[in-house]
Design a binder for this molecule. Structure first.
Ligand SMILES: *[C@@H]1O[C@H](CO)[C@@H](O)[C@H](O)[C@H]1NC(C)=O
Ligand SMILES: *[C@@H]1O[C@H](CO)[C@@H](O)[C@H](O)[C@H]1NC(C)=O
Ligand SMILES: *[C@@H]1O[C@H](CO)[C@@H](O)[C@H](O)[C@H]1NC(C)=O
Ligand SMILES: *[C@@H]1O[C@H](CO)[C@@H](O)[C@H](O)[C@H]1NC(C)=O
Ligand SMILES: *[C@@H]1O[C@H](CO)[C@@H](O)[C@H](O)[C@H]1NC(C)=O
Ligand SMILES: *[C@@H]1O[C@H](CO)[C@@H](O)[C@H](O)[C@H]1NC(C)=O
Ligand SMILES: [Cu+2]
Length: 617
């Protein structure tokens, strides 16, 4: 179950690392620390983000969008998050922040519910209290409770660098995203139901450019702008380009890279890229800042869906809004695999522990389509995994206590971990690791649906291992392709590894890394916030995955994935069966919208029935 290969010891590396850590601690203390205090209460706000119609979005203190957070390296952040919903849990994750437990931070500030904390219950307040001693650049923060951030609970989180190595005159931050018609819980409920047996991902009604459509940003002449771009969407990747302006990539996911000219950017959900852009010498024209959905990710493209959205770079309001600009080919986007880190961090040229994760999507016996790593779809345990680790004593290094439903992998302190993701699914997946950046040491291209997947073959890699691999926290594995990632396990903590297409996370596409749990036990003390929110939600704060403290290997009552489809019941048969019995008009209508037609193309009669139903509607 816990597939993995561990090689040898790592003694020398950890000594080197210790020296590095001491230096980092000293430099963190040398700087004056500012504390930023925020008091946020979640709640619904009626707004019209894209001009298509009013809908409820999740704001803070009655306002949407929620604010961007700007801090300096070394600062402290204290966020009091109050759950102002009537009946929904909430939480906050700070995407890309290490929460480095070696530098005085705590794993329990990371945010994913049932991984590092209990969900915050209505009326309760949780204090997120942490510093940013070891990172600079572009991050973001968002809810990590179900697909909650879909409704706008997402904002930029920028750590300014006193030693910024690139020259520029001004900077701006732009968060692109996608927007759905219905509230996230309704979208998720339908998506994960027998009414959606093909697992077709919900189609957004629009993509947004910094929380709206047809947005305008202002440029002065003869300036260099640093533009921080974040994809805070739930699903679609976006292509971005600026008409008649060169873009130079200087940062990905908080890591500086050698300046790299780009015509077209590709940013998947969870990823960030900062670019330098030189403005024009005259104000005679305004230019388009285009954003385009990666339509290969959509199962069907509704006729009224606008894939391309035009925003304006305005030099002068007299010039009006920019017209749509075009690009010859989507193939020309900059491949992040070829970016070179500015720090010239060398390739971790071997690994101590290899974790192979095969991605699959299948229907289980309840008719719902789930996503799997190695045949296991993540099902949240009854006790947050961090709380199990902290209460288990020496047993914390035994993956069995965390349950067989979460893809738990225990990492030893200091070892080099290699994650191999073989994608056996025809979709693209942006995989995100909490608590680390990883080196992307292999990244294959994709294949067409129906072709054989290209699995990683260590003896015959698809490309040379880069000398200075790109480091990032979210990487896209192409359709039926693979990625190979390496990092050193020097941040004790419970770190979630999951697809950042939040619908796929909802389908269970996740694993949990239990990194150096015994060291973590020495460092981590649970705060009142964690204990109170657990108590309020009647969630145990001790014990194995089901809260058993007496028999750590007794997992009776563990939430597990549904049973497989009955033998001999094929997927196609299931879909046909579903159609001949289903009567829910709404369900059928929505399925038709999502294009089930493609799955049962030869079943004329069903198609006719469906048409008739729709015409009668
Ligand atoms: C946060 O705001 C709420 C409501 O505005 C207020 O009741 C509470 O006292 C504030 N808490 C802090 C710590 O400022
Ligand atoms: C953007 O423009 C479209 C028409 O092209 C319009 O329908 C929509 O309301 C505009 N968006 C906003 C936020 O005004
Ligand atoms: C935040 O954590 C720091 C370090 O542990 C502590 O000194 C401070 O009191 C905490 N802030 C609050 C409001 O508890
Ligand atoms: C993007 O939106 C955030 C949040 O409202 C705002 O603070 C920021 O200034 C906006 N960026 C630009 C370039 O307007
Ligand atoms: C969207 O943009 C692409 C690339 O510029 C272009 O080929 C396509 O025609 C555009 N679609 C529409 C509907 O304008
Ligand atoms: C997943 O299940 C299939 C079929 O039951 C089996 O052949 C395969 O070995 C399993 N893979 C893993 C990694 O457990
Ligand atoms: Cu995915």
């Amino acid at each position: 179950m816990f597939v993995g290969t561990r090689k040898d010891a790592y003694g020398v590396r950890s000594v080197v690392r210790l020296v590095f850590v001491l230096l980092a601690v000293l430099s963190a203390f040398a700087r004056a620390e500012t504390t930023h205090v925020f008091n946020f209460t979640t709640g619904w706000v009626n707004v019209n983000p894209d001009g298509v119609g009013e809908k409820k979005m999740i704001g803070f203190n009655g306002h949407w969008p929620i604010p961007d957070i700007h801090v300096n390296k070394g600062d402290r952040i204290e966020i009091y998050l109050t759950n102002g919903f009537d009946d929904l849990p909430t939480s906050l994750h700070f995407h890309g922040l290490f929460m480095n437990t070696e530098l005085g931070n705590s794993n329990q500030m990371d945010g994913p519910e049932m991984v590092t904390q209990c969900p915050i219950q209505p009326g309760d307040t949780f204090l997120y209290n942490f510093t940013v001693p070891d990172q600079v650049g572009t991050y973001w923060y968002h809810s990590h409770s179900g697909a909650q951030y879909t409704d706008g609970m997402r904002g930029a989180f920028v750590i300014h660098d006193p030693d910024m190595p690139f020259d520029y005159d001004e900077e701006m931050t732009i968060l692109v995203s996608d927007l759905y018609d219905k509230p996230y819980y309704e979208v998720a409920d339908f998506f994960l139901s027998q009414y959606n047996p093909t697992g077709a991902e919900p189609i957004p009604r629009n993509i947004l450019f910094n929380h709206t459509t047809n947005n305008t940003i202002h440029f002065d002449t003869d300036k260099t702008y640093l533009i921080r771009l974040i994809n805070g969407g739930t699903f679609v990747s976006q292509y971005l380009f600026i008409e008649d302006h060169d873009m130079t990539i200087v940062e990905v996911d908080g890591v500086y890279v050698d300046p790299t000219k780009a015509k077209l950017l590709y940013i998947a959900a969870g990823q960030r890229m900062s670019i330098l852009v030189k403005s024009k010498h005259t104000k005679s024209k305004n230019f388009a800042f285009m954003q385009i959905m990666d339509d290969e990710m959509l199962d069907v493209i509704p006729a009224d869906l606008e894939l391309n959205r035009t925003n304006t770079i305005s030099y002068s309001s007299k010039n009006g809004e920019a017209k749509q600009a075009y690009i010859d080919s989507f193939k020309h986007f900059t491949n992040d695999f070829h970016l070179v880190t500015r720090a010239k961090t060398e390739l971790l040229d071997t690994y101590d522990y290899q974790i192979k994760l095969n991605v699959e999507m299948e229907n289980l016996g309840d008719g719902v389509q789930y996503a799997f790593f190695n045949n296991i779809t993540y099902v949240a345990p009854k006790v947050p995994t961090l709380l199990t680790a902290l209460s288990a004593g020496k047993l914390a290094t035994n993956p069995a206590i965390y349950g067989d439903n979460i893809n738990a992998f225990v990492l030893e302190y200091g070892e080099v971990v290699e994650i191999v993701v073989n994608n056996h699914d025809a979709g693209k997946h942006p995989f995100h690791l909490h608590g680390h950046v990883f080196q992307v040491v292999q990244k294959s291209g994709g294949r067409e649906d129906g072709e054989d997947p290209i699995d990683y073959d260590e003896k015959n890699p698809v490309s040379a291992y880069p000398e200075y691999p790109v480091l990032r926290d979210t990487v896209v594995v192409e359709s039926l392709g693979h990625v190979v990632l390496r990092f050193q396990a020097t941040n004790p903590g419970i770190w979630f590894f999951h697809c950042h297409v939040d619908w796929h996370l909802e389908q269970g596409l996740a694993a949990v890394f239990i990194e150096a749990p015994l060291l973590l036990q020495e460092r981590e003390t649970l705060t009142e916030s964690v204990l109170n929110t657990c108590k309020s939600g009647n969630i145990p704060t001790k014990g194995n995955a089901v809260g058993n403290e007496k028999d750590w290997f007794n997992l009776e009552g563990l939430p597990r994935q549904p049973a497989p489809l009955p033998a001999g019941f094929t997927f196609k048969g299931y879909v046909a069966f579903f159609f001949s019995t289903a009567v829910g008009l709404w369900g059928i209508y929505t399925i038709a919208q999502y294009g089930l037609g493609e799955v049962v193309p030869d079943d004329q009669e069903l198609a006719a029935q469906l048409k008739a139903l729709l015409n009668n509607k």
